[in-house]
Design a protein around this ligand. Sequence first.
Ligand SMILES: [Zn+2]
Length: 568
Amino acid sequence: MAFSPRWYQNDLITKTIEQWSQGYKNVLVVSPPRSGKTAIAAWLSETFVKPMMLYSQPFIKAGQGVVFMAHREELVRQLAMTYAEFGHTHNIMAPKDVIQDIVRRQIKEFGRSFYDQSSLILVGSVQTINARSDKLRTFAPRVGLWMTDEAHHLLPTNQWGKAVALFTNALGVGFTATPARTDRKSLARSQGGIFDAMVKGVTARQLIEEGYICDYRIIAPPASIDRTRIKVGSTGDFTQKGLTDAKHESTITGDCVASYQKYTPNQQAVVFAVDISHAQELADAYQAAGISAQAVSSKTPKTVRKMIMDKFERGVFNVLVNVDLFGEGLNVTGIQVVQMARPTQSFVLYVQQFFRCLTKATGKNIGTIIDHAGNVGFFGRIYGLPDSYNGWVLEDEQRGKRKKRIPDDDLITVTTCVKCYSPYEAVLPKCPHCGHVPVPAERSKPEHVDGDLVELDPETLAIMRGEIDKLDNYDYVPPSLVDTPAEGRLKRQRLENREAQKRLRDNISLWAGFWRDGGACDSEIYRRFYSRFETDVMSAQALKLKDADKLNETIDTSLKNLIASSGQ
Ligand SMILES: [Zn+2]
């Protein structure tokens, strides 16, 4: 069959091979959901199985075994169908009924079965592979490549690590959209994990722009849950008890039903609840309002769960309420709405939930995220929106310490309009959707107005200007120092400070000029400056030698990035 990889798939494959050629063994491949990891897996498999394939390299020997360890049975089916589409026979390790089902589907679709127990390609669920590892005794050493999905689960100590350890002669690839763990354990081998290198592909934003996944809109009404009062546990996320208590004090259940009726009536919605009783409470509230709804949780028997999900996919009912269980595994098609009723501090969990409604389907071009948990606002101030975030690193240098955000010139933090509930770039002085101008409660500090000096009260401005004036023009020398070496030192110091300030101010002018040329008003430029450099323009002008030079360097870097990205 004549296939060629899409450009971003090709990009990921070549980047992965590049890492291998540099001697890195296990590569963590970051790519958004729906970017075609099964196709990437098929191309990589081909490279190891057949001689002289598209991506062959001197260090990759043909005729080796390939294993894909899947997170869920559903992926085993998908992989088997993809291999069949590529014309590859494959062995399958899964319950008998799953294998029979795959064979039936392949015969129906391709006129033959590609299931072959002697094939060099093996697909299986990680549980089955571990359970039957004794059957792999002769095959395992021949394996040249192992692959997994949801690779943020991989640690040497868990079932994934155990399975990986079976293939001692293999290179590895782990796919994930969110290469971080909610428990903050590192995925890097140097920090106790399994991976030696990370490659990053396109962002979901690019996939949206090219039409591979749906665009979305966000509605983020004020959250009735007070996030600031919920206790944070050792995992870094809110504790279960904290969430349950906070839920009791809120009106979140009613808010969810009301916003569904207002913004997305009759659409297929998935709701993320705080706990099992909350999930049931939500489902009951939907039903009481005449909206068909069902709750599922880890306590729901597997067969019942499957039945409920099937019904949801067929559109028998509209609202599926669940607890964390399905954060990532919720693989039902046709989700139009994601409703967040569970506050989280885990960016991974948030992203996994967020992406659930972005899968394309016939008759569906847009997904809606309704956030009642304050998640969009919370993460928006740190990461911007999740479809553009690509700041992942494999080795976390800040482990154990409080994380400090590294500003990035592409990163645009997000705020939510209090009038129309739409998120927008925090640097804009007014909401671009409805024109609402937010009024800060106080105007006495730059942080209250996001660094916007136009909005500061006159008294504060006068004080800040006084600081600048002191640095620029203050020449008083105490009488006791006159005609002593200390007087010379003092004067030299002042001169050096002023020269450092001159360099800094020239650079600030250049930086501001860049944004002004792009059409930004002063108010926006002040906000951008504050968001990027974590100080306001006026305080910067009162900095002395060392601090001034340090900021100056950061502005230099930013200018270079800006100029490079604008193609000037
Ligand atoms: Zn607005």
